[in-house]
Structures are given as C-alpha cells and as structure tokens.
Design a protein around this ligand. Structure first.
Ligand SMILES: [Fe+2]
Length: 385
C-alpha cells in the first residue's frame, strides 16, 4: 500500500513504514504524511526488502516483532544493501533490550509502542538529521580521498618527469664522455644520487612517518658495507639502492599504507608489491640497472621466507642482505601507524633473534659490532664531557 499526496508543497523525505498491524501502518503514515513526508508501507519483512530493493528511502520505520522474517533479521540486510538509508525500530513496551541490540546492529534509534505521535515525529526528524550528517561526512571523506588521489597523481607525474630528466642526463653524459669509464662519468655519479634523493623525498612526503628513512638506511648500510670490506662500486650501489628502495610504496593504497591496525592477508599482499613497483620505476634509467637486484631483494629472508622471490642465503645479493638489516633496524626504532618505536636494546634483541632466519648472521654480527662501537664512543664522549 502506498500513501500518496502530502499537504505540504515540499516533501521532507520518503519513509518506509513496516509493521504487520494495519492500524499502525495507516496511523503512522497519516501523521507523517501530514508533517510533509512521503510514506510507503509494508506489512512484513519480505515486502520491506522487496520495496527497499526497488525504491530509495531516506528512512525506514520498522517493527521488531513481525510474523515470518523479523525486524531484527531485516535490519542487517537493509544496512548492508542500503547504507544510505536510516533505520528506526519500533518496539513494544518491555522489549527495550532487543531495541538496544538493534542499535548495536546499526539502527539509528527506536520508538516504543503505543506512540506519542509528537514524540514519533520528533524522533523521525532527529533520525533524518543524523542521516544528513552521516551523508555529509561521507561526502567530505570522499572529497578528501579525491584530493589525496589528486596529490598522488601529481607525485606520479613528478616521478615520470624526474625519470625522463635522468634519461636525458644519460644521453648527454654519453655524448660528453664519448666512452664509458672516463672521468666525466664519475662526475655524474652525484647527479644520479641527488636525483634518487629527490625521488625518495617525493615518496616520503606522501608517507610522513617514513621521512628520513631512506637516508638513515643509506648511512647504516654504508657503515655495514665498509665494515664488511665491500668494493667501492658495491658501496655506491648500496647507497643508491638504499635511497630508492621503498619508492614503489607509492602504488599501495593509502588505507592500507596508513592502516593503524593489523593488516589482512590481502592487504599484506598489496604491501608486498612495493619492491617490484620500485624496480618498475627505476628500470627506465640505465644507470640504475645494477641496483635492481638489491632493491628487488630487500625483503627476502635468509631462510627463504621473504618476498618477492623467496630467495635464500647467498642467493640473495650481499647488497640486499645489508639493506635488509639497515632497513629493519631503522623501521623498528621509528614509530609506525600500527605500533610504537622499539628501544635500541629491543631492536638489537630482535636482530639477534632473526639472525640466520630473517637475516644473514654474518651481516647481523657486523652491524651489532658497529652499534657496540658507536655506543662505546658515545659513552666515552659523555665521560670526557
Ligand atoms: Fe621496503
């Protein structure tokens, strides 16, 4: 049954009234219609679901106890299928507990039968006002997400321009030097490092809690590489790889990257895309080709439980095994959206525990010696002061 025609010129909203008692349906409809609402009625839960599927309602006023499918069963289906529709439950005196349960499921409010008609109108108005706020907030959230998406688009554009600039430098370099290995090529090493830092800074601007992460990882990795006696070329590559290692995080949706709680396995799979995404960004520049294996493998585990290739032991490039430890130590000792920072002592314990499983034990050993040396130097400085 549809109750047509409002006495008011402007319809305040469309309400579905669901009750198995005909007198309540018609009485409530008459009152709300007189107040300027367009009213539609349904005599049971199934009819309510059918009408909600074919027509849009601002509000549904629904009896909790009805023969057949109850209001409590209809409620979650309405909320799931029509999240923009507000629901107010109607209940008999003495059934308040069920009404409270309904509100936990997502109903806005409940009214108790028999109705005080003025109270009913007031509750309907209040529920519609609340719905208006919910929709407004949702719109605001949507606009915010669009703005963030726009910013990400701008950062991506900057990436692409920076990559093109690097490619142009490469061509200019070849023209100037005439042959690889001449002195001028060495002069351009700094240009690439600076460009890498620009890329990293753009990524870190988007991920504020990661600010400075890549530079700290580069410093730590450099110390480890020096201690392990790596060649100058490998040390240069490790530094460059450290700077850009996480720029691929730009492809991960914000709601996953900044999620404060535990990630689902699907969300974690998204996170695991970032080493390959970084490779996709840097592979356009010839000069970066030697650091691709390092960047790609910085989340591999020594025992093969890492990603993306599940590489093991010495099959993981040494530069990547060094990066993994510098990266993990800095990440552990800095706060993240889902956890506070760890103390240095706790981070050292974690590294010791993961030596041989997550990390190369020889590299962990070298890093712990560096930390020990630095803390001894610090203590000496404090005593001297
Ligand atoms: Fe990473």
């Amino acid at each position: 049954m549809q109750v047509q025609g409002s006495k008011m010129d402007e319809v305040k909203g469309t309400i579905l009234i669901v009750d198995d008692e005909g007198s309540i349906r018609s009485g409530v409809s008459r009152k709300l219609q007189a107040e300027g609402y367009n009213c539609v009625t349904a005599a049971d839960g199934n009819e309510a679901l059918e009408k909600a599927a074919t027509q849009s309602f601002d509000l549904i006023l629904m009896d909790i106890r009805m023969p057949g499918i109850s209001g409590m069963e209809v409620l979650p289906r309405i909320i799931a299928d029509h999240p923009d529709t507000g629901v107010v439950m109607m209940t008999a005196v003495g059934d308040t507990q069920t009404a409270v349960e309904a509100m936990k499921l997502g109903a806005y409010d409940y009214v108790t039968k028999p109705f005080d008609v003025d109270n009913l109108v007031m509750r309907v108005q209040r529920a519609l006002e609340r719905r208006g706020l919910v929709l407004e907030n949702r719109g605001h959230q949507l606009r915010l997400e669009q703005r963030v998406e726009q910013q990400v688009g701008q950062i991506r554009q900057c990436y692409s321009e920076a990559i093109q600039a690097l490619a142009r430098e490469e061509i200019a370099l070849e023209k100037l030097s005439g042959a690889p290995g001449t002195g001028k090529k060495a002069d351009f090493e700094d240009v690439y490092l600076q460009m890498a830092m620009v890329l990293a800074q753009m990524a870190e601007m988007h991920e504020p809690y990661a600010r400075g992460h890549s530079e700290r990882v580069a410093l730590l990795a450099n110390e480890i590489a020096l201690r392990l006696g790596c060649s100058d070329e490998l040390i240069r590559n490790i530094q460059l790889a450290a700077i850009v290692h996480d720029i691929g995080k730009i492809v991960i949706p914000d709601h996953i990257l900044f999620k404060p709680g535990r990630l689902t396995s699907a969300e974690y799979s998204e996170i695991k895309r970032h080493p390959i995404a970084t490779v996709d960004i840097i592979r356009h520049v010839d000069h970066f080709k030697d650091i691709i294996p390092l960047v790609e493998s910085h989340h591999e585990w020594y025992n093969g439980n890492g990603y993306p290739k599940k590489a093991t032991g010495q099959n993981i490039p040494l530069g990547a095994r060094i990066l993994a430890i510098a990266d993990a130590y800095d990440a552990m000792t800095c706060p993240r959206p889902h956890r506070p920072r760890l103390s240095n002592e706790d981070a050292v314990q974690a590294l010791k525990k993961g030596a041989g499983t997550q990390w190369d034990p020889a590299v962990v050993d070298a890093f712990l010696k560096i930390l020990k040396r630095e803390s001894t130097m610090l203590e000496t400085t404090i005593v001297d002061t």
